[in-house]
Structure formats: C-alpha cells, structure tokens
Design a protein around this ligand. Structure first.
Ligand code: ADP
Ligand code: MG
Length: 238
C-alpha cells in the first residue's frame, strides 16, 4: 500500500509563498502527472513530498502516517531527477547498489535486487559497464534502476526525460508505462511534454502559480478544461 495525502500544503522561501495550500489525494498504484508553467511550484512540491524541503504548513501523509517530520530515507519513496548524475568511477551495478551498500544490506540481497531491477529495465548486459560507455537513454535507465532497487512504494519523477532527444523520449515513454504496470507503484511525474502527460497519466494535475488549477483524467481535462489556461496547457481547441 502506498497512498499519499496532501492537506493544505504551503511552502515559503524567506517571505515568498510559492505553494498556496495544495490539497491532493493519490491512490495506491495511481500515475499522477503534474503539468504547469515554469516556476509554478511543481519541483518544490515534489521536494516537499520527498522531504528534501521542509513544509511551511499543512500535512503530508503516506499510507495514513504523518510524514512532516520523517527523514527522506524513511518515507518509502524514491525520487528521480532530470539530471541524473551517476558516479563515473563506478560500474552500472555499483551505481545501482550504492544506496543499498550504504544501508549495509547483505551482499546476496543486493545482488538479487540489482539483477531484478536490471531485468525490469532491460539493462542486464550493461551491468559491468561504466557510465561513459552508455547512451543517454541507457544512463537514464540506470538512474531509474538506482531508485527501483530500494523497492519504494512511491516514485517521484521530476522531468526525467527532458534531457533526452525526441526519439529517445518517445521510446522511454513506453518504458515508463511498462515500468508502472510491472512495479504496480504509485507514481508522481512532472513533465512539460503534453504527449507524455496525455499518454502516461491516470490523472493530470494542472498547476498555476502555486495552486492547482484543475485535476482529472487526461481525456476529461482535454474535453472539459475548466478555463483557457488549462485548455492552453493541454492543447485543446477551446
Ligand atoms: P517548477 O518546478 O514548477 O518550475 P519550482 O518549484 O522550481 O517551479 O519553483 C517555484 C518557485 O519557487 C519559483 O519562483 C522559484 O524561484 C522558487 N524557488 C524554488 N526553490 C527555491 C529556493 N531554494 N529558494 C528560493 N526560492 C525558490
Ligand atoms: Mg521544476
């Protein structure tokens, strides 16, 4: 079980409030996509959920448990960023197992976890290579692999494909959908790519200036945007 509840989440940096009270319920296994203009607070909200930023007010619950004061490593989630720095001096397998080794996970268990994640991501033949010997798409898979090995119930993706070229992005989009189906995990995914949002999401949440403008299944938003802003974002002719 991995559900998320956001209740009146506000975030301030110095005296500037950038999230003005976000309410959102995410169900187990749901693929929720955040869209909205640059600077509207998508990354900040993900970082608050991950525990990389402190929430100024409001409540965050995972599986019904209050998370506001729980350290990132104990929240049962993993975050994958747009720029996914791999350790250049470590092999793919070592990059993927780094977190588990830090946590003193038994060696046999680490090997099993890395092998299973590599299979899901189809990078088994690459495990002994170094990052410099990989393509952009392969590196991105390794970055996702690092998140998967810890078997989190919730994945947070912040524009994970935006550094890839168009062809690779399309290919990885299919991989993301497959990954979601295979892992059965709850996913929150930020993108500025409309096609990515429309094809991946069970639900799209449209942000504007630190608020949720509208949220719903892709087709519902496309057919019945609440206003011109949402229509503009989803490419509807309204
Ligand atoms: P998005 O991901 O939607 O592009 P962000 O969450 O990155 O937006 O940023 C939301 C707002 O918060 C922006 O105005 C940004 O300048 C501000 N902001 C983000 N991080 C910080 C920070 N560490 N300190 C001060 N302001 C920040
Ligand atoms: Mg961002």
């Amino acid at each position: 079980m991995s559900t998320l509840s956001l209740r009146a989440i506000k975030k301030q940096f110095e005296r500037t409030e950038v999230l003005h009270g976000i309410d959102l319920e995410v169900a187990q296994g749901e693929f929720v996509v955040f869209v909205g203009p640059s600077g509207c607070g998508k990354s900040t909200l993900l970082r608050c959920i991950a525990g990389l930023e402190e929430i100024s007010s409001g409540e965050l619950l995972i599986d019904g448990q209050a998370m506001n004061d729980v350290p990132p490593a104990e929240r049962g989630l993993a975050m994958v960023f747009q720029s996914y720095a791999l350790y250049p001096h470590m092999t793919v397998a070592e990059n993927m197992s780094f977190g588990l080794r830090l946590a003193n996970t038994p060696k046999a268990e680490i090997e099993r976890a890395v092998a299973a994640a590599a299979e899901v991501l189809r990078i088994t033949p690459l495990l002994q290579r170094y990052p410099a010997q990989l393509s952009g798409g392969q590196r991105q898979r390794v970055a996702i692999g690092r998140a998967i090995v810890r078997r989190p119930g919730i994945f947070l993706f912040d524009e994970p494909l935006s550094n890839l070229d168009a062809a690779l992005r399309t290919e990885m989009r299919v991989e993301m959908a497959r990954l979601h189906a295979t892992l059965g995990a709850t996913i929150i995914y930020v993108t500025h790519d409309q096609a990515e949002a429309m094809t991946l999401a069970n639900r799209i949440v449209v942000f504007n200036g630190g608020r949720i403008e509208q949220s719903g299944p892709p087709l519902a938003l496309y057919r019945r945007p609440a206003n011109l802003f949402v229509a503009g974002f989803l490419g509807s002719p309204k």
